[in-house]
Write a protein that binds this ligand. Structure first.
Ligand code: SAM
Length: 290
């Protein structure tokens, strides 16, 4: 048993090395594919559980805005965008998302928004300096590259403009990612890409990125949302509809390979007896000095 485990571990490392050498990495298109697949179910399966935290972030929206547009990076089905449109009726609100399916939902929810299908980092890199009054990103920045994105956010914001952010942290939902790693190690040859993700490790990490760009930090907090999976649905099918495994489900055949699915479920239920199913997050607000 132990020998098989070591052999699988060696095979997985070899497989990852091959993917790296061939340039096959988990990419924005993979996240887009996952979110396109789950877009119709996202609000019911996941957004409902996040809304309270997102709303508490949006309670920090500035009353008076400097000149410029408002951007919602990784706008998804438009929950935040709709709130921005309501709070700032005379401003142009731009929602950016990589998933066409999620953008369809957002257009339905917030007809006034200007929605653009793009990778958020590429979008920001192409955007004019000092053209935004406010930038918000809810539960999406970890899919991008925070260390590269935050300098762009700083460049785009007008002096006095604010950046509000909520994101899950790298250690979120421990049983899910434990089960994922165990499944990867069990089925190394079924893994299709190397995974490098940029989910931030802590709020301190994000705060340091903002301070480096000269932001004054007005709020920084962390928390955890206790997640209870629905009792009337297969746990893996539900997870695949939440987005928690977005991208990762393109690396391992969690949608259709029954052997992989059964192993994942088994590891997940064992892990859930040891670790809580909690969604760890950080909320941050920073403002560019005038
Ligand atoms: C967890 S959802 C959050 C959606 C929404 N902001 C909310 O609070 O419900 C993450 C969103 O980020 C989008 N996303 C992932 N990678 C992205 C990227 N590189 N550029 C733009 N959007 C991205 C996904 O398509 C998805 O809609």
């Amino acid at each position: 048993m132990t020998l098989t485990k070591y052999l699988n571990c060696l095979k997985l490392n070899w497989q990852m090395l091959k993917h790296c050498c061939r340039g096959r990495f988990l990419a924005p298109e993979d996240y887009a594919r996952s979110y396109d697949r789950l877009a119709r179910n996202y609000d019911h399966s996941w957004l409902e559980r996040l809304k309270a935290v997102t709303s508490s972030l949006l309670d920090e929206l500035p009353e008076n805005l400097v000149e410029g547009d408002i951007l919602d990076l990784g706008c998804g089905s438009g929950f935040t965008t709709a709130r921005l449109a309501e709070c700032y009726p005379d401003r142009c609100i731009v929602g950016v998302d990589i998933s066409a399916g999620m953008l369809d939902e957002a257009r339905r929810r917030c007809p006034r928004g200007d929605f653009q299908a793009a990778d958020m980092l590429t979008f920001c890199q192409q955007r004019q300096s000092r053209s935004a009054a406010l930038i918000v990103s809810a539960w999406a920045i970890g899919y991008s590259h925070p260390a590269r994105l935050i300098p762009e956010v700083s460049r785009i914001l007008n002096p006095g403009g604010s950046f509000l952010l909520v994101t899950n942290l790298a250690d979120t939902m421990p049983p899910v990612f434990y089960a994922f790693r165990r499944t990867l190690a069990q089925f190394p040859s079924r893994c299709t890409r190397a995974i490098i993700h940029h989910f931030p490790p802590s709020d301190a990490y994000l705060a340091a990125l903002l301070k480096r760009q000269g932001f004054s930090l007005e709020m920084s907090r962390t928390g955890a949302i206790e997640i209870v999976p629905p009792s009337d649905q297969d746990i893996l099918d539900w997870l695949l509809n939440t987005g928690i495994l977005a991208g990762f489900a393109e690396v391992l055949p969690l949608h259709h390979d029954n052997e992989v699915r059964d192993f994942f479920r088994q590891e997940l239920s064992a892990a859930m007896t040891k670790y809580p199913l909690a969604h760890h997050y950080a909320c941050i607000k920073g403002t560019r000095p005038c």
